[in-house]
Structure formats: structure tokens, C-alpha cells
Design a protein around this ligand. Structure first.
Ligand SMILES: [Zn+2]
Ligand SMILES: [Zn+2]
Length: 294
């Protein structure tokens, strides 16, 4: 597999281990590559968070100020300010340098999707030599839907409405064609909030939008390590993507070196079960399909 969702720094303030946010000392990229290869991966696609990069602030704006619920806006502002410790320029330089050293790495980015600001974001990203972009819905308005301190909002809003609002934005992202891959496409379930039956009508819209725009979807094992205990996408949703011939990438969403390339066998088995025989590979935003290994 290639692991197509990997971060070079954990969230939050520096905890005294590993490099400080925004620093890429000798051997740091190599530690991820070594772990990924030991786990059976053949390449590592780095996908740092756009919202953590200081250069993104003018494009993304103070998006939480559009949120009418002041408690949700406050939690998001706190989180974004704490995480705003990286530089797009520094990140790109570190990955390109690793590529120049001959390491099997790709330059990607995890792009936060807001319908209001995606055009400004794409303008910001245009000058850089991306291999692929993944797109994420982390916020409904100013509500950080996958952030545990804000999870109380599910009780206030209702799980059904949260799912509807989440998938409405995810469908806009899929239809936009702005990114190459949809990241953790049903992350709204992360904290274990479930509907009585899979929301196939919501699923259908995002699958159709991805198929129409030519956007791939990642099969991510990150959910296995969360409360929900299930990959993104859910098995029913993954089968719908397979039936619509939407290509997949394989992904760990690693934030530490030892997580790179993990769960390879589980991911490949789930992909095969859904009907996939190939995975997508990217170079300079051009996609090819290669057989699933294993
Ligand atoms: Zn994410
Ligand atoms: Zn991520």
C-alpha cells in the first residue's frame, strides 16, 4: 500500500517529545518512511493540515465567527489558535527535500473545506508542486464535529441533524472537484454517534457527487482507533463507492512516526470485501490505478 494520509506533527502544544511544531530535524521524515516500510507500505503521502499553517489564515479567515453558537465558536478558536504552529512553506520545503534525497514520499495536503473559502484556498495552493490534495470537512459552520471537547453538540442538535448537515457539506466538497481524495468521508461518526440505520440517502448523494467529479475516496483505518471502532467509510458506504467505481487510496491518518502504514492487512481486506481490486496512486495530481497488494 501507499499510506496517503500522514501528518508530520501531532496536534496541540508541544509536549516535550519529538520535534517542535514546524521543525523538521534530520531523520524526522525518515522515521515515518522507515515505519511505513516496516508496516509493508511502499510510499508515504504526507498530508499536513492546511488550517495549521500560518499562510492559510488570510484565505480561511476567522471562520468560527460565522458560528452563531458562541460556545462552539470559542472552542474552535481556542483549538485553531493552539494548532496554528506550522508553515506551509516550511512543510513543503521539508517534503520536497526528502523527495530530492530519494525517499519514497509524496507531497500532499489535508485541505479544510468551507464552501465560502475554497476558491481563495485553491489560489493560495496553486503555486506549490502537490502530488495530491485530500479534502476534509472538520467543521459544520464553526462546530468542530470531530473534536471531542465539542462533542456535546450532538445531544443539543440531534444526531440525525448533525449527519444531514455534515453530509450536505461533504457532498459539496465531493462535487467541487477541488481535491483529489475525500478524507475520512464519514468522520461525523467518530465519537460513536450512530443512526438507527445507515443513512443511505445521504451516502448516495456523496457517492454520486464523487463519481461525477472524478474524486477518489480514502479508506482510512483511523476510525478503528477511535470510539466508533470502524474504518472510514463504513462498510455499506465503501461498497456504494466501489459499485460507483470511485477509486480508493489507503490511509492511516498517522500523527506520529510509528503509526505510518499501520493496519495494512486490515485495509486491504476491507477493500477487497467491498469489491476493490485496485487502489489509486498519484504523481503531480495525475491518478493511476495499481493492484491492491497482499
Ligand atoms: Zn482530518
Ligand atoms: Zn489527518
Amino acid at each position: 500500500m501507499g499510506d496517503y494520509h500522514v501528518h508530520l506533527h501531532p496536534h496541540g502544544t508541544w509536549r516535550g517529545t519529538g520535534p517542535r511544531p514546524g521543525e523538521y530535524p534530520d531523520g524526522h521524515v525518515e522515521a515515518y518512511v522507515d515505519a511505513a516500510i516496516a508496516n509493508g507500505a511502499d510510499e508515504v503521502g504526507f498530508t499536513e493540515h492546511l488550517y495549521r499553517c500560518v499562510e492559510a489564515t488570510p484565505a480561511l479567515g476567522r471562520f468560527w465567527e460565522r458560528e452563531p453558537r458562541r460556545d462552539l465558536a470559542g472552542l474552535t478558536e481556542e483549538m485553531v489558535v493552539e494548532d496554528l504552529t506550522l508553515s506551509l512553506e516550511g512543510y513543503v520545503t521539508a517534503v520536497v527535500a526528502a523527495k530530492d534525497r530519494g525517499l519514497p514520499v509524496l507531497l500532499g495536503l489535508e485541505v479544510d473545506f468551507f464552501p465560502e473559502t475554497i476558491d481563495a484556498v485553491l489560489d493560495l495552493l496553486a503555486p506549490y508542486p502537490w502530488d495530491f490534495l485530500i479534502g476534509s470537512v472538520h467543521w459544520i459552520g464553526g462546530w468542530a464535529v470531530d473534536h471531542s471537547p465539542s462533542a456535546f453538540e450532538f445531544a443539543r442538535r440531534g444526531v440525525a441533524r448533525a449527519y444531514e448537515e455534515y453530509f450536505e457539506i461533504e457532498t459539496l466538497l465531493a462535487a467541487s472537484g477541488a481535491v483529489d481524495v475525500l478524507a475520512h468521508v464519514d468522520v461525523v461518526k467518530k465519537h460513536g454517534h450512530r443512526l438507527a440505520a445507515p443513512p443511505v440517502d445521504l451516502y448516495r448523494k456523496v457517492v454520486e457527487a464523487a463519481a461525477a467529479s472524478g474524486t477518489a475516496v480514502e479508506l482510512s483505518s483511523a476510525g478503528l482507533h477511535r470510539v466508533v471502532g470502524e474504518m472510514y467509510p463504513a462498510p455499506e458506504l465503501l461498497s456504494m463507492f466501489a459499485d460507483a467505481e470511485v477509486p480508493i487510496t489507503l490511509a492511516s491518518d498517522a500523527h506520529y512516526p510509528h503509526e505510518a502504514g499501520r493496519d495494512r492487512a486490515t485495509l486491504i481486506e476491507a477493500a477487497r470485501t467491498a469489491g476493490y481490486t485496485h487502489r489509486a496512486r498519484f504523481r503531480q495530481r495525475a491518478r493511476t490505478l495499481v493492484p491492491l497488494e497482499g
